[in-house]
Design a protein. Structure first.
Length: 429
């Protein structure tokens, strides 16, 4: 089984790999559906591929816009560059782009994007015959339909989104952004109008001009917004249906979001080996499915991260009727990302000095939770902090200023560990 993580920039590649991803996917700025959130020049992409390959990980490059004629000359050059850079696969939606990729990419796998809306086994068979090695399933498919595709086209790899934001439009084919802002979603420039608050009105046919407001609350309604997909409890069901490649959405999300979600899903995938119930405790006659117990804990960890409430989408059929998120767009937990460990120095005798970049305000004495790559999280009280720039001890440091501090701890902690803390309510301050 493979865990794929989003990578909007090089830093996110490093965090995704550190926290357990088997592969990362990223885009070329002019040809992916996240045109505004990546900076992968050919030189940076080459460096990224080298970084991943040196660690036994894979890189998939999205070239999944629906191209116009004016894209084609520049696209030809980009494909030639990709052939030299040697990512592990290129993700494509457009049949014309696929034809060009088959011409210019040698010994690089071709994957079909979810944007291509492949929803049946005959279409899957067609794409497989055209040279597609892996199908990224349309998000509108049920587990039953996926299983039939796998049965009919067994040689085709199947990849599915298991966590993250969902587009309310059919497999992301939305026209609202182009209509409102002249920013085409299908060219990677979506302004996300599905997440906006709307005011709706009814007009009775015989009373033109008399409008009755239809409101979810005083702020209007988020009728076009979808809940986030979350399939952490059902990974074995996906495996049974033929899916072995699990994809996390979120190239625009923070490194804290990425690190936490990747870590949780890495643990969940590793737990799929635990099939048989285990007796606990020793004196009890009861049995418990340890995997389910542990996955339930992991699900609670996901709820510590900002989300739009969770749904299983179309996978189980009936849940699709409950996918819309009508009220405020986010569920915000009482935890915030406050720092990341950039570097460390062994001072000897069990003492370590850490350089920590601050993202939100921290104070001496704060209880900090350390989210450690592929190790157990722990909580520690923050001791004295040393301001690197002003070369003095400080009691409080604010985020948003690209500030780094030094902290000495009697514990060895990996670089790229994420720090978070509880947001105190006014009564607790």
């Amino acid at each position: 089984m493979e865990l794929l993580a989003p990578a909007g920039n090089f830093a996110k590649i490093k965090y995704a790999i550190a926290f357990g991803a088997d592969s990362v996917y990223l885009g070329l700025p002019d040809f992916s559906l996240r045109a505004r959130v990546n900076d992968f020049t050919p030189a940076k992409l080459k460096e990224a591929v080298k970084y991943a390959h040196n660690r036994g990980k894979k890189v998939y490059v999205t070239v999944n816009i629906y191209a116009h004629n004016y894209h084609l000359p520049k696209l030809e050059q980009a494909l030639k560059q990709l052939n030299n850079i040697r990512p592990d696969a290129v993700i494509i939606s457009d049949p014309g782009v696929l034809a060009m990729a088959k011409k210019y990419l040698k010994k690089i796998d071709l994957h079909l994007s979810t944007q291509a809306n492949c929803t049946n086994w005959q279409a899957a068979k067609f794409w497989h015959q055209q040279g597609i090695k892996r199908l990224i399933l349309a998000r509108e498919l049920s587990l039953k339909e996926i299983a039939e595709i796998h049965k009919k086209v067994p040689g085709l790899e199947l990849e599915a989104f298991v966590h993250g934001a969902m587009c309310i439009s059919y497999s992301g084919r939305c026209l609202l952004s182009a209509y409102y802002n002249n920013r085409s979603a299908n060219l990677g420039d979506c302004s996300h109008p599905c997440r906006w608050a709307y005011k709706l009105y009814m007009e009775e046919a015989t009373r033109p001009g008399q409008y009755l407001p239809v409101e979810e609350d005083k702020n209007g309604t988020y009728i076009l917004s979808s809940k986030d997909i979350c399939m952490i409890k059902y990974l074995p069901d996906l495996v049974k249906a033929g899916v072995k490649h699990f994809k996390i959405e979120g190239r625009t999300k923070s490194i804290s979001y990425l690190a936490n979600v990747v870590k949780v899903y890495r643990e969940a995938i590793d737990l799929t080996k635990l099939r048989k119930p285990t007796k606990v405790p020793a004196f009890s006659k009861a049995t418990v499915d340890r995997r389910k117990v542990e996955v339930e804990k992991l699900f609670k960890e996901l709820n510590k991260i900002s989300n739009r409430e969770f749904t299983t989408g179309f996978y189980f059929g009936t849940e699709k009727l409950k996918m819309q998120k009508y009220d405020a767009p986010y569920v915000r937990p009482d935890l915030e990302f406050c720092g990341e460990i950039l570097g460390r120095k062994d001072l000897g005798k069990g003492n370590w000095e850490y350089e920590i970049k601050i993202h939100n305000v921290v104070n001496v004495g704060d209880k900090i939770e350390f989210i450690v790559p592929q190790e157990e999280n722990f909580v520690m009280v923050l001791p004295k902090m040393y301001d690197i720039d002003k070369k003095k001890y400080v009691d409080e440091v604010h985020g948003g200023q690209d500030k780094a501090i030094l902290v000495q701890l009697r514990k060895e902690i990996p670089v790229m560990t994420i720090l978070r803390k509880k947001i105190l309510k006014k009564a607790e301050v």
